[in-house]
Ligand binder design. Structure first.
Ligand SMILES: [Zn+2]
Ligand SMILES: [Zn+2]
Length: 267
């Protein structure tokens, strides 16, 4: 009975995070939509409630499967006699915890890029990844809108990582939060990331909403999750990404959108 309660608690926590974040991002979208100057808003059609209903349905099932995959992989490993240190027993100090957190992000980024690219191959796309790409103009609710097979592939990363690498509890929690915040924000249709993070002169340029929007629109560019690293190295980044990002985050874009809305109202 305890195991069922624990499963329910984990599913509830994941769903709660997803629901709260997607709701906040939807309100931000609405707020930008009804402001006269739509700074950083990537689309003009507003909130697509019918699409959100479908995404919420797929995401809810995906969250249940994610937790089952996580618990399933760890249970099988334990049954096979694989010893793993529990995150609550791993002590690393502040510096160690920070390094551990960045290592998970880097490993998850690589895992996501390569599994994502594989799922875009014509052999796998339809059965694994087509559900996610039904959202050509994604919303924050698209974050976990996966088919069952894609969910298992996506969810397998973390339990396998925990079996191989000792991770302190604080890094586990920080990673869980980063993952859903970045995922939902990248799908939200509003570019909220500071310019420095995305196009600054440093080796850790990140992806963001413009980057992932291009992925959903064209399908063959921008496969990365957190960092632009793999797309840059493998030549899969959209050639105009930086130009588009700078335009969307410029005052010129804000006044262009304002002018377009004014002329649409005048017609
Ligand atoms: Zn996506
Ligand atoms: Zn994709």
């Amino acid at each position: 009975m305890d195991a069922f309660l624990e499963l329910g608690r984990q599913i509830g926590t994941m769903f709660g995070r997803y629901f709260v974040l997607a709701s906040i991002l939807t309100f931000i979208l609405l707020f930008f939509k009804y402001k006269s100057i739509r700074v950083r808003l990537l689309r003009s059609e507003g909130v697509q409630w019918q699409q959100i209903r479908r995404e919420l349905w797929h995401s809810t099932i995906a969250i249940v499967i994610m937790v089952l995959t996580f618990v399933g992989i760890l249970s099988i490993a334990v049954a096979l006699g694989f010893e793993r240190p529990r995150p609550s027993q791993v002590e690393m100090g502040l510096a160690g915890t920070l390094i551990s957190y960045f290592l998970i992000l880097i490993a998850h980024d690589a895992y996501f890029y390569w599994t994502h690219r594989a799922m875009h191959s014509r052999y796998l796309f339809r059965t694994f990844h087509a559900v996610h790409h039904r959202s050509i103009r994604p919303t924050a609710w698209t974050a976990y809108s996966f088919s069952m097979l894609e969910t298992v592939v996506t969810a397998a990363f973390f339990p396998i990582y925990l079996l191989i690498v000792p991770v302190p509890l604080a890094a586990v929690v920080a990673f869980g939060l980063t993952q859903i915040i970045w995922n939902a924000a990248s799908h939200s249709g509003v570019e909220l990331s500071p310019k420095f993070l995305i196009v600054g002169r440093h080796p850790f340029n990140m992806t963001g909403a413009v980057h992932h929007d291009i992925h959903h629109r064209y399908g063959r560019y921008n496969f990365g999750l957190y960092f632009r690293f793999w797309d840059k190295v493998m030549g899969t980044e959209h050639p105009d990404f930086e130009k588009l990002f700078r335009y969307v985050t410029s005052s010129e874009y804000a006044s262009d959108v304002y002018e377009r809305d004014r002329s649409a109202l005048a017609q």
